[in-house]
Design a protein around this ligand. Structure first.
Ligand code: SF4
Length: 163
């Protein structure tokens, strides 16, 4: 694996940090991620906590606005608008990514911040739809590719292609 001085941004919850809305973590046992961690390649971030939200916190989902994509909001299950905190966390995440010269991001699937392929549909019914989280949007706009924890082999392919 040729990473040299490049780093990989990673959702902190995937490394066992208890930063999720419910105060839990998702420690995944992936040999490649363990290797990256041992080599010091990983830069952990939790956009929601960096945006100022507490642990634990109410679950939140993206509600699509009518019309353009930026009109969408992030609303908690109790109806509180947390869009600003999510956006602040996304921008802070991008700053950290740029400061660390990251080559890609490996983020938790389905999250309203970190999901790169699907997100919950805003009805808090557990239904997933195509889309991506607030932080993923900011990273993609900056040209940083985002993979999820089920796409580690794709991430490795990408790194190999970078030479
Ligand atoms: Fe994990 Fe991202 Fe949610 Fe933080 S915002 S708990 S890193 S999925």
């Amino acid at each position: 694996m040729k990473l040299s001085t490049k780093k990989i941004l990673i959702s902190a919850c995937l490394l066992g940090e208890p930063v999720r809305y419910d105060g839990k973590s998702i420690s995944i046992k992936d040999k490649t991620i363990c290797y990256f961690q041992q080599q010091g390649y990983l830069v952990p971030v939790c956009p929601e906590v960096m945006g100022g939200l507490p642990i634990p916190r109410e679950p939140a989902e993206i509600i699509k606005g009518v019309g353009d994509f930026p009109d969408r909001k992030v609303i908690t299950q109790g109806g509180f608008d947390v869009t600003e905190a999510f956006q602040r966390g996304a921008e802070r995440t991008l700053e950290i990514a740029l400061q660390n010269n990251v080559i890609a991001a490996l983020l938790k699937s389905n999250s309203p911040s970190c999901g790169n392929l699907q997100i919950y549909d805003g009805s808090f019914s557990g239904r997933l739809i195509e889309g991506f989280g607030i932080t993923v949007r900011v990273l993609k706009e900056a040209g940083i590719p985002v993979f999820n924890e089920l796409q580690v082999s794709l991430l490795c392919d990408f790194i190999e292609q970078q030479g």
